[in-house]
Design a protein around this ligand. Sequence first.
Ligand SMILES: NC(=O)c1ccc[n+]([C@@H]2O[C@H](COP(=O)([O-])OP(=O)(O)OC[C@H]3O[C@@H](n4cnc5c(N)ncnc54)[C@H](OP(=O)(O)O)[C@@H]3O)[C@@H](O)[C@H]2O)c1
Length: 220
Amino acid sequence: MSVRVTLKLATSLDGRIALASGESKWITGEEAREEGHRMRARHDAILVGIGTALQDDPELTVRLKGHDDQPQPLRVVLDTRLRLPPDSKLAATTGKGPVLVFCQPGADAEKRAQLEAAGVTVAEAILGDDGLDPGAVLSALAGAGVETLMIEGGGRVAGSFLYAEKVDAIAWFRAPILIGDDGAPGVGALHLEALRHAPKFTRTGLRAIGPDVLETYERA
Ligand SMILES: NC(=O)c1ccc[n+]([C@@H]2O[C@H](COP(=O)([O-])OP(=O)(O)OC[C@H]3O[C@@H](n4cnc5c(N)ncnc54)[C@H](OP(=O)(O)O)[C@@H]3O)[C@@H](O)[C@H]2O)c1
C-alpha cells in the first residue's frame, strides 16, 4: 500500500508562509485554521520538518470540539540530526498521541535516548537529495499502517516532497495579504531546468472560507 500524501499550505497571496523573522501566526483566519484541524482529523499522520518544529513549536494535534475522546493522528518530524528539544510541545505531548521522529542513520545516541525517554519513537531513514529521503520516509510510514499523510510544511519539506513526485494532492489556503519576497516561500527549491518539468496539478475545488480562499488540487 502506498501512502496518499496531501500538502497543506497556508500562504499570503504571494505564496509566502512566514516573514523573514519566521513569524507565521497567523496568516490565515480562524475559519481556515479550524478547517485545518478538520483536515488533520481525516488523516492518519501529520508531518513537518524540523525547521517548523523549532520555529513554531507546534503540537500538531486535532483540537476540535467533541474530538477529545478520538485518537490523534501520528505526528511525524523530519529531523536529520535530532534537534527536536525533549521539552518541545511535540515531545511533551506524547501522552495525547504518538510522535515519530525520523533521523539519519547513526544520529546522536544521547539525543535519541532523551527523545525516547520522553515517549517519542525515533526511526532512521536514508538521506536523499535534500534531507531525509521522502520515498524512504513514506515506505516506513506505510509499513506502520499509515494510509493518508498531510504535510504541514515548511517550505523545504514541501519542495523536497514535490521534487520527489510524492505529493498526490494540495490543499492551499490563501489569505488576502502580501508578505513580499523577503518572506519564506511556501514551496522550496524544485530544481527545474524547463517549464515542462514543473509538477502539474488539476484544480478540484475552490471556495471562500472566511476572508481566505481554499483551493484543492490533485496531481495531474
Ligand atoms: N503558514 C504555514 O502554512 C506554515 C506551515 C509550516 C511552517 N511554516 C513556517 O515555515 C518556516 C519553516 O520552514 P523551513 O522551510 O525553514 O523548514 P521545514 O521545511 O519545516 O524544515 C526543513 C528542515 O527539515 C529537515 N529535513 C529533513 N528531511 C527533509 C526533507 N526531506 N526535506 C526538507 N527538509 C528536511 C532539514 O533540517 P535537518 O538537516 O536538520 O534535518 C531542513 O532544514 C517557519 O517560519 C514556519 O513558521 C508556515
